[in-house]
Design a protein around this ligand. Structure first.
Ligand code: NI
Length: 139
């Protein structure tokens, strides 16, 4: 665990009031310092993702209708092609027709984005989103 260092921050009172509202919305377990640390980590993760060569972790969530012709087979085919970068996948049967998959990817930012685009580009995927997170190597 790294040592905590104190520093002071100056900001306009209106911005501080909005920040304190944000801190309050995040609940009792978070104080100003915790939320500042979270925001700094968020900025660092965004920066990691901007660098195509940095190793990152992302979760891709997709929703699709499994009745669509060959859709499940096409999705499986893309995932098998990139098996070394797909850590895990979870399939949930939402109802009689719709399926949800959460796919966890790890690799170069550019590769993870390309795989996510390939999966999102499969005809029949109705909704999907890639969420950026981090391996934690810089945090
Ligand atoms: Ni299903």
């Amino acid at each position: 665990m790294s040592e905590l260092v104190r520093f002071s921050v100056a900001m306009p009172d209106g911005l501080l009031m909005q920040f304190d509202n944000l801190v309050a919305r995040r609940g009792l377990a978070k104080n100003r310092s915790e939320v500042v640390r979270d925001l700094v980590r968020e900025a660092l993760v965004d920066e990691e993702w901007d660098d195509p060569d940095t190793e990152i972790v992302g979760t891709l969530t997709i929703v699709f209708n499994h009745h669509a012709t060959d859709l499940q087979a096409k999705l499986d085919s893309v995932q098998h092609k990139h098996h070394e970068k797909i850590i895990s996948a979870m399939h949930v049967h939402l109802d009689a027709h719709n399926c949800l998959e959460v796919i966890i990817l790890r690799g170069r930012s550019a590769d993870v984005r390309a795989i996510a685009d390939a999966i999102l580009g499969v005809k029949g995927v109705k909704h999907g989103r890639l969420t950026a997170t981090t391996t934690g190597q810089y945090l």
